[in-house]
Design a protein around this ligand. Structure first.
Ligand SMILES: [Fe+2]
Length: 309
């Protein structure tokens, strides 16, 4: 009994139509304001807001017993909730976005055809050209995988998320930031420091290395290098291949693949003593670009947040 999937997120932006175009371009299906992959439709909702912001994230739990356990933990830390129509709704007292937890069947992703790769002594592809070259269309993202937010009080926000049932995977900075999961993914959520609450990035899973590289390359060729944020690389924490770019609303998005996967929660050991020398990426850029946590539209976000309080 536990949280087992990141179901949805909603973003609010001043001009939702630009995101409608964007999600179509990267290969999501859906309709105005509701986008997702073929296997996980409707994972990303878009609504109009005065400045770009995260509205909610929704997680799947197994049953009502999970909801009852979450309520007990929320009571213990004094955070209010609403429980109606089977869903638990919590407004974050610091950041004002909402968390929604709803019972849902445990499912896994549909297996995608693996591309045959050659390596020394292991020839999976013989007498055939590389599949990434001959596929009729580029692979598209499969699902929303994780969300990284900024908060004026990341520790309190993390404490709330753990009470909601997120599980700690790894920590950095002496417990300053905790990578958390609500599924088998190494991380579905990370709360980082921010002058005001904001959405730092959201990540969409691609099939493999080629799909990340190809998807990012096509996007940057079409929209210019000014939308490059970071990558490609492979994070140590989570182990995933990454490439970060900027979507038309100004939010960073990530294509990722090959993330660490945790099946046995009891057997997983949270690591807190990372050698930060190569923590950002084991190859490619050595350090996280400064831009990453100094997002270009921060002044607008601060103004927007202050005006809404
Ligand atoms: Fe990420």
């Amino acid at each position: 009994m536990a949280l087992h999937r990141l179901m949805e997120m909603e973003v609010g932006v001043p001009d939702p139509s630009t995101l409608d175009d964007f999600y179509q371009e990267i290969g999501f299906t859906g309709e105005k304001g509701v986008w997702g992959s073929e296997t996980y439709p409707g994972q990303i909702k878009v609504s109009e807001a005065s400045y770009r912001q995260l509205k909610y994230i929704k997680m799947a739990c197994e049953d009502d017993a999970d909801i009852a356990a979450i309520k007990t933990r929320l009571d213990a830390i004094g955070v209010a909730y609403e429980h109606s129509n089977g869903e638990l709704q919590v407004t974050d007292p610091i950041n004002k976005w909402r968390y929604v937890v709803a019972p849902s069947a445990v499912t896994d992703q549909i297996t995608m055809p693996r591309r045959a790769l050659n390596s020394p002594g292991n020839r999976e592809r013989v007498g055939e050209r590389a599949q990434v070259l001959i596929e009729p269309s580029p692979r598209t993202p499969r699902r929303l995988g994780h969300v990284v937010v900024g908060s004026p009080d990341p520790q309190k926000t993390t404490e709330l998320c753990l009470a909601l049932g997120f599980r700690a995977s790894d920590t950095i900075g002496g417990g300053m930031a905790t990578f958390m999961r609500c599924s088998r993914d190494h991380h579905n959520l990370l709360v980082t420091p921010g002058p005001v609450p904001y959405l730092n990035h959201y990540a969409m899973e691609q099939d493999d290395f080629d799909a990340v590289m190809r998807g990012a390359t096509l996007y940057l060729r079409a929209h210019g290098e000014e939308n490059q944020v970071a990558g490609p690389g492979r994070h140590q924490i989570g182990g995933n291949i990454f490439w970060y770019m900027k979507d038309p609303s100004g939010t960073f998005f990530e294509f990722f693949a090959d993330m660490d996967n945790i099946e046995n929660d009891e057997a997983w050991v949270v690591k807190d003593d990372w050698d930060m020398t190569d923590a950002w990426s084991i190859w490619g850029e050595k350090d996280q670009p400064e831009l990453f946590f100094k997002v270009p539209d921060m002044e607008e976000l601060i103004t927007g947040w202050n005006a809404s309080q």
